[in-house]
Write a protein that binds this ligand. Structure first.
Ligand code: TYD
Length: 228
């Protein structure tokens, strides 16, 4: 049970990792566990999360926009993020809720900074300028070999409505792109070790779930927000 004081501050938990690393499953399991423990939880995702963000997401994920330059891509991801921050994330944190975000600025650092080689510094500066430097209390990195992640994502895509679009988009990127993204995430995990928890996502989902829960409990315990 959370204490009243602890509930007022709110927590920001972000999930990161390659497409196919299992974020969606783990986020929904974590949200259920937290709700069972009486926390109020907001789950949101990027790009998207708001009506404006969903429209931006469509532009970003449309394979016919294959001439989009990396900087435009970065600005669109930030446009979606700023909208989500102001409309959903900040108000929920102010209400003392636990906010779980499926991808945040670290995705832009990993995918555009490292994957598209724009470098991490530019993205970090934009984050300071546009997002007021907001930092997650905890970032869960579901780490997986690019080959395994892509095979899983391909399998998942077959069951989604926008399967064709998703698969086409992923096939546009060579494996080395995802290897750079993964390496970028590993750099971030070192740089921000105080908020990062790297979890081996090749384990069975139950093991990953237990590791995620342990990390979240640790964060809440540190804040004095767990009463048994
Ligand atoms: P999505 O279909 O939501 O993928 P997933 O379910 O794996 O998160 O699409 C998000 C895609 O956008 C994914 O390939 C990662 C990419 N992305 C970036 O390149 N930069 C970003 O800043 C964000 C948030 C996502």
């Amino acid at each position: 049970m959370p204490t009243t004081e602890a509930r007022r501050r709110g927590w920001l938990i972000t999930f990161e990792g390659l497409d196919g690393c299992g974020k969606t499953t783990q986020i929904s399991r974590l949200a259920s566990r937290l709700r069972q423990a009486d926390y109020v939880v907001l789950v949101t995702s990027e790009p998207g999360g708001t009506t404006v963000g969903e429209q931006i997401r469509r532009i970003l994920l449309d394979v016919t926009n294959n001439n989009m330059v990396p900087l435009t891509e970065v600005l669109l991801y930030f446009a979606s993020r700023v909208q989500n921050l102001e409309e959903c994330i900040r108000p929920a944190l102010a209400r003392g809720e636990v906010v779980i975000v499926d991808r945040f600025t670290d995705s832009t650092i990993a995918y555009q900074g490292y994957g598209r080689r724009l470098g991490p510094a530019l993205i970090e500066r934009l984050h300071e300028l546009l997002c007021g430097g907001v930092q997650p209390d905890l970032t869960i990195l579901l780490d997986l070999e690019p080959e395994v992640a892509l095979a899983r994502a391909t399998h998942r895509n077959q069951h989604l409505d926008d399967a064709g679009q998703r698969q086409l988009r992923m096939d546009l990127q060579p494996l080395e792109f995802y290897a750079r993204v993964r390496a970028g995430y590993q750099e971030l995990a070192k740089k921000y070790s105080w908020r990062y928890r790297l979890i081996d996502a090749s384990q069975p989902p139950e093991h990953v779930e237990a590791a995620v829960w342990q990390a979240v409990r640790g964060m809440l315990e540190q804040a004095g927000a767990v009463q048994d």
